[in-house]
Design a protein around this ligand. Structure first.
Ligand code: HEC
Ligand code: HEC
Ligand code: HEC
Ligand code: HEC
Ligand code: HEC
Length: 342
């Protein structure tokens, strides 16, 4: 071991003293001296454009579920945007950890039958869980979890377990409320995820609400409004309604994949509408973005044509001629993607 180390050190020394390398360096210096134009002088910092919006300083991480919920609380928007709030409240975005409520139990399955069983996850028990572990779901179900400490990840798991075990209805409802207090609230879309191309359009600022206009905004902490070019585009939704395996995660997961079929099936077939046009405008559901659980969407989804006729059929010698019905069903998917997803 020791000799190997010596040999390695010797090699490094030989390389450093390599005469060819040293001559090349000297030549380059001479070349630069001859041609001052190539000398890069230490420059003053390039002045930032007036409206440069840098990545804001990271706030201290939220230490409890309550603290994280308060930072992303949508009720402060309710007074002035009552209709939008009421629509949003009915959507699954308003309970994106609880789900239908199928999501919360599935997160527990992912913990017990996935994360804890993987040999290299570093988590054998609930107390070992971190934000990074839950990110395989939270990337889309609660992206703001990255603003919280690992204690919050563990509190989410213990709260879901308590809710699953609770038999008293009142207490169960209370726990359900606590789980739903973490959700895809107004500022997740209108701030955190509002800007896609941050180098071109700036990083989301902590005092700004992003929508279709710029100006001042009458809210104690979100005092400004700014335009988000992607707000009306499908890519806004595509950030969570996924494309396939999420390769940036330590352990890629796959759940929502509708954005992929939108991009690679609907658009190439000549589709022109955005997610927002179908789900918010045509459906008239606004912020209550829905799918097959709402009649409005089901009606928009399929063209079904049924042709039927009756005829006689010579079956065989024994049965002879029998009456039969002939039904021809034609179905056409009018949604902007495959259905169902997941
Ligand atoms: C005191 C009232 C008030 C509160 C509270 C408030 N807003 Fe607003 N908001 C307004 C008004 C008024 C406008 C419209 C300004 C205009 O049209 O010039 C607006 C505009 C907006 C827009 C832009 C709409 C567009 O057409 O693009 C968004 C998005 C928005 N608010 C989101 C929020 C969110 C999210 C919250 C909570 C964090 C919130 N607002 C809280 C009054 C309020
Ligand atoms: C790429 C983003 C993304 C990731 C990562 C993700 N999901 Fe989802 N999930 C969605 C979207 C979007 C839906 C909405 C419905 C659909 O398109 O299927 C959904 C729907 C669901 C549903 C059905 C909804 C319900 O309430 O019945 C469950 C359950 C679910 N996810 C659990 C999980 C779990 C558990 C994980 C982590 C192991 C996870 N998801 C990871 C985006 C994601
Ligand atoms: C899942 C993402 C998402 C969430 C969550 C969300 N919004 Fe929006 N919001 C949008 C999009 C997209 C539009 C633009 C729709 C369009 O014009 O095509 C929009 C438009 C708006 C507008 C302007 C036009 C209108 O529809 O009235 C207001 C105001 C607004 N949102 C407020 C809110 C408030 C308040 C909340 C929380 C109660 C909220 N939004 C939650 C995505 C979201
Ligand atoms: C922050 C991530 C995120 C963004 C952004 C987002 N969604 Fe979702 N969406 C989800 C998740 C997660 C669910 C499923 C929640 C659950 O049930 O657990 C969902 C559910 C839905 C559903 C209901 C699906 C069902 O099975 O009933 C529809 C429809 C939907 N989203 C449409 C949209 C549209 C349209 C946009 C863009 C305007 C959008 N979403 C933006 C994450 C997101
Ligand atoms: C041309 C209109 C149209 C466009 C564009 C469109 N959708 Fe849909 N979408 C529908 C209809 C209609 C349904 C209801 C069908 C159903 O769920 O059975 C639906 C269903 C869904 C579902 C539930 C899927 C399931 O499991 O059944 C989700 C989630 C969803 N859409 C999200 C999106 C997102 C995100 C986009 C943009 C990338 C988008 N949609 C674009 C019309 C559209």
């Amino acid at each position: 071991m020791r000799t190997n180390l010596f040999m390695l050190m010797a090699l490094v020394l030989v390389l450093a003293a390599n005469p060819v390398y040293a001559t090349k360096k000297a030549d380059a210096a001479k070349e630069q001296a001859k041609n001052p134009a190539t000398v890069v002088a230490p420059t003053a910092p390039i002045p930032a454009p007036a409206a440069h919006q840098a990545q804001p300083q990271k706030k201290e991480k939220a230490k409890t579920m309550a603290e994280l919920a308060a930072r992303y609380d949508s009720t402060s928007c309710k007074d002035c945007h009552e209709d939008v709030y009421k629509e949003w409240e009915q959507s699954l975005h308003s309970k994106s950890i609880l789900g239908t409520p199928r999501t919360a139990p599935t997160i527990i399955t992912a913990v017990d039958k996935g994360i804890k069983l993987f040999p290299h996850s570093g988590a054998k028990e609930d107390k070992d869980l971190t934000v990074n572990h839950l990110m395989i779901c939270a990337k889309c179900h609660l992206p703001q979890l990255k603003d919280a400490t690992d204690d919050v990840a563990r509190e989410i798991v213990s709260t879901i377990r308590a809710w699953q075990a609770e038999e008293n209805d009142t207490k169960r409802t209370e726990l359900e409320k606590k789980i739903s207090s973490l959700n895809i609230g107004c500022t997740v879309c209108h701030n955190n995820l509002a800007i896609i191309h941050k180098w071109a359009d700036g990083y989301p600022q902590p005092d700004t609400i992003y929508g279709s206009k710029a100006g001042s905004h009458d809210h104690p902490s979100f005092t400004k409004m700014a335009k988000a070019p992607a707000m009306k585009e499908s890519i806004l939704c595509g950030q969570c309604h996924g494309q396939g395996p999420n390769f940036e995660l330590d352990h890629p997961s796959q759940c929502g994949t509708i954005y992929a079929s939108y991009l690679f099936a609907y658009i190439p077939e000549g589709g022109t509408e955005t997610c927002q046009e179908c789900h918010m405008k045509k459906s008239k559901l606004g912020h209550n973005m829905q799918a097959y659980r709402k009649d409005e969407m089901v009606k928009m989804a399929l063209d079904v044509h049924v042709h039927s006729r009756a005829m006689y059929w010579r079956k065989n010698k024994t049965d002879g001629v029998i009456p039969i019905g002939y039904v021809d069903i034609e179905m056409h998917n009018k949604a902007g993607h495959t259905i169902p997803d997941g």
